[in-house]
Design a protein around this ligand. Structure first.
Ligand code: NOJ
Length: 474
């Protein structure tokens, strides 16, 4: 096989996690501003008020990417920076900021890959129920069209929503993200459904505008694998896929909802009244051009054993022994694979999920272009006296996932790019700043926020050079 010569290698960030400038230049209040300032559920007390200060230092960060051989940068737009009230009046300074970032990327030969929504609703929209309210679908399409009009001449890669399912899961099942609902299945399904509808309508609107680019959606990879002791194998696999994947993937890639999902929801007494017959037309017209996968882990399932439904989550890292997972009464439960390791936040590290998911996606949905829109490793870090971090575990982890990506490409999977989460350190939502992901260290205790490349930055730089000389250059 030949490896693509135009493969994209870069890093990914999200607006609230790196921009800072939370109340500057006309930006409206976001739901995360409210949550991080006021909620007792903000366990680590951190905020994104300043964060990496990307708003003021974007040139320095993009320069660092370029010096590291990266040819693409995935970032998100803050909806509240463009529309401070969520709908209505546009903030010209918000438009200016993203124009500056996009133009700088292009000047430096970096392909911008732009996400419209990455967890951060304008607070006005959040107060009206966010994606649990069908009106948000229309508000989102309006906002998206403003972005397409302003930036669509130069941005060739668009993503509607980052991790629709994980966002809905954290906001309605775990309850660690605002508005902090817990184990609320009805709200969970409703939010994922409206996000799917928003994606479909936005994709159709983008295609109608005839702009010179493509648009996709980014799913948090959730390939379902079964523990060997599982008795009801087919049923558990089906339920797992319906719960984790189908609402996002089937709507975006096949243009419809699977009937089995509706049957499963109705048999279990879940509300489906918000699903309108006419939405089928929107789904059919709104199929994406590509799929983004944020690949960290799989979902390792077995039969439900006993007890009430319970979500397990760890935002305390080494201060907790909790492993990430869920038990859903009468459906299934997650379990442990004794042969794999977990990170300190209880999440499984399993490089083979990269290969397994890529092959499964191709077998289920056909030859859709796929970008690995995130992959990375969260850990505690200590710098030496020069600010340098030897982050060998991150290198080992990412290299093992990239090897599996190459294996999938050799097996015929249509992978077009890989984004490290994250190019520099940033705010890690409820995990605050203790959990580091960056290839470049930021010293958040120093008001100058100095940046220092870590060992992984140089490893990634060499890996990219090696790709273009030895793999794609063959
Ligand atoms: C998923 C999300 O897109 C991003 O916001 C998050 O910080 C990383 N993965 C790391 O967990």
């Amino acid at each position: 096989m030949s490896y693509p010569k135009d493969f994209l290698w870069g890093g990914a960030t999200a607006a609230y996690q790196c921009e800072g400038a939370w109340n500057e230049d006309g930006k409206g209040l976001g739901e995360w501003d409210e949550f991080s300032h006021k909620s007792p559920l903000n366990l680590n007390g951190a905020t994104g008020d300043i964060s990496s200060d990307f708003y003021h230092r974007y040139k320095e960060d993009i320069d660092m990417m370029v010096a590291g051989n990266q040819n693409t940068y995935r970032f998100s737009i803050s909806w509240a920076r463009i529309l401070p009230e969520g709908r209505g009046e546009v903030n010209p300074e918000g438009i200016d900021f993203y124009n500056r970032v996009i133009d700088y990327c292009l000047e430096k030969g970096v392909v911008p890959n732009v996400t419209l929504f990455h967890y951060d609703l304008p607070n006005t929209i959040a107060l009206q129920g966010g994606f649990a309210n069908r009106d948000t679908v229309d508000a989102f399409v309006e906002y998206a069209k403003i972005c397409f009009t302003a930036f669509g001449d130069r941005v060739r890669l668009w993503c509607t929503i980052n991790e629709p399912k994980y966002y809905a899961y954290c906001t309605n099942m775990v309850g660690n993200y605002p508005p902090n609902h817990r184990q609320d299945f009805n709200r969970f399904f409703k939010v994922v459904y409206h996000e799917a509808l928003a994606t479909a309508k936005t994709v159709a609107a983008y295609h109608e505008m005839n702009l010179p680019g493509t648009i996709g959606v980014v799913h948090d990879n959730s390939n379902v694998e079964l523990a060997p002791q599982t008795k009801e194998k087919e049923l558990i696999k089906l339920r797992g896929d319906l719960f984790y994947n189908s609402m996002t993937l089937d709507t975006a890639l096949k243009g419809c909802l699977p009937a089995s999902l509706l049957l499963m929801m109705q048999e279990n007494g879940f509300d489906t009244s918000y699903m309108k017959f006419e939405d089928s037309i929107a789904f059919a017209k709104g199929k994406v051009d590509w799929l983004g996968l944020n690949v960290y882990n799989r979902f390792y399932l077995t039969d439900y054993s006993e007890g009430e439904t319970e979500v397990f989550h760890n935002n305390l890292g080494a201060r907790s022994k909790m492993k990430e997972g869920i038990r859903i009464k009468d459906w299934f439960e997650t379990t442990d694979d004794p042969t794999t390791h977990r990170n300190l936040w209880g999440r499984e590290i399993y490089p083979q999920c990269m290969y397994n998911t890529l092959v499964e996606i191709r077998n289920t949905y056909g030859d859709i272009p796929v970008y690995i829109t995130e992959n990375g490793h969260g850990q505690y870090e200590t710098a030496d006296e020069n600010g340098y971090v030897d982050d060998q575990p991150r290198i080992d982890m990412m290299q093992s996932y990239i090897d599996q990506m190459y294996k999938a490409m050799e097996a015929g999977c249509n992978v077009r790019g890989y984004y490290a989460w994250s190019p520099m350190d940033l705010y890690s939502w409820v995990n605050g700043y203790e959990k580091r992901y960056g290839l470049v260290r930021i010293d958040f205790d120093n008001p100058d926020l100095p940046r220092t490349p870590k060992k992984s930055y140089y490893w990634f730089k060499n890996l990219i050079a090696d790709y273009f000389t030895n793999k794609a250059g063959r």
